[in-house]
Design a protein around this ligand. Structure first.
Ligand code: ZN
Ligand code: ZN
Length: 152
């Protein structure tokens, strides 16, 4: 996470059945261009990283979770279909919460793009971002000493 002010932020799915409250959230947004995120979100995913102990979820009975691979799961609202978050399957792992849920995205910035080599030519972001290929991301996850806060 880069040096930005930490804010408490709130959000919700489209229908409002699922609400989220985040404590001390940084300003960094993460985009992932991998095939799974593209299919799940309609294009790339845009997320904020929230440690499990900094997130409060209301309406949890509306949360449906799809195990999308042997290492990760994706959750969505059972009523409206909004994409909620992506998580590694280990208990207590961080939430990569869909940035679009947030009520207020002011002062936030796109910091990282991962699986950049999977990005279709049809779209791209103009701003300066740190870009990692899929192989670079997988190398980070394979190394337990690396910082898991950066790749989304
Ligand atoms: Zn909903
Ligand atoms: Zn992805």
């Amino acid at each position: 996470m880069t040096g930005a002010l930490l804010h408490d932020r709130s959000g919700r799915c489209l229908c409002g059945a699922v609400g989220v409250q985040m404590r001390d959230l940084g300003a960094d947004l993460h985009a992932c261009h991998c095939d799974s995120c593209r299919r799940n979100n309609g294009a790339m995913s845009m997320t904020v990283m929230v440690p499990a102990d900094a997130l409060t979820v209301t309406g949890a009975e509306w949360v449906e979770t799809y195990v999308s691979s042997e290492w990760a799961s994706r959750s969505f609202c059972r009523r409206c279909g909004s994409s909620l978050w992506f998580r590694m399957n280990q208990p207590g792992s961080d939430y990569y919460l869909s940035a679009g849920l947030l009520d207020d995205l002011s002062d936030m910035r796109l910091a990282h793009e991962i699986y950049f080599d999977s990005k279709p030519d049809a779209w791209g972001f103009a701003g300066p971002t740190e870009k990692l290929t899929g192989a670079e991301v997988e190398a980070l996850f394979a190394d337990p000493a690396s910082d898991p806060a950066n790749p989304a």
